[in-house]
Ligand binder design. Sequence first.
Ligand code: PAF
Length: 326
Amino acid sequence: HFARRTLAVAIGGLAATTLSLQVQAATEVTLGHTLSDSSHYSVGADAFKETLERLSDGEFTVNEHPSGSLGGERAMIEGLQIGTVDVVITSTGPLGNFVPETYVLDLPFLFEDYDQARCVLDGEIGEELLTKMSDHDLVGLAWSENGFRHMTNSMREINTPEDAEGLKVRTMENRVHQEAFRQMGASPTPMAFPELFTALQQGTVDGQENPITVIVATNFWEVQDHLSLTGHVYSPAAILASPILLDGLSDEEREWFNQAAQASAEATREEVSRLEEEGVALLREKGMTVKTDIDPAPFQEAVEPAYEIYTDEYGSEMLDRIRASD
Ligand code: PAF
């Protein structure tokens, strides 16, 4: 009897220990993005990690997977929907394929400057778009930033849309961007970002377009000679989470994720602003020719049909509201 009771107590104790270990084990959050660990996205990922781990007192730990190690942005968004990735920092590039309401943000020359873009995204419109994500098996946590996009290529300086004519330009997998480049007379080639460096190196495409931050973080000067500061479109970044993880959390836990995403967006925007100034000087030092003071008017005129194509399909309500915000 005594031996049996001792055994039962021992097994009970073991079960309790296992249970308490299970309770204490931190939930690992897999966070993916496509840029290097020296990029503005990584600065944002660090802030996300620091904030979530601090607020949750270690209940969650964050593992950052930079450099597209979990795939391109489209693949990672799919990963959120099926629960193989927990949090993703992504441009809106492929997002419209999942949440068409975000296409409005990809229209060229929509935002005049960083202040206007940040203000719209932090306001009612940004909030509405984040809420829309839940209709498409995604959780929108916050709007972060990629930056105003500029063109680089290996052929010639670009001053006017005519200079872009015939150039094979890699675009994101985004219909609105593709249409804009088609209207400029370029030949748009949509491609996932992890394939881009090799495509530029091998001459599969002549050029690409991205913010200064990305051009710096990806060493594009090694494969591109010319940079033109066209600033043709503002590129937001969204911090998205998987509903498979978030739906199972308490309100308090979800709030930690929201706050972590806010901290991440703030840190990223600060880094974008810093690099916007320092990055151009660095790219010149690395040997790129940098064309500044480009007149946006001919580019705006060239891409006008992209607006018509957009409004024909998606209407102009959101567009008008954004335009009224400046
Ligand atoms: O060009 C892109 O695909 C995006 O701007 C990037 C570099 C992946 C950042 O979101």
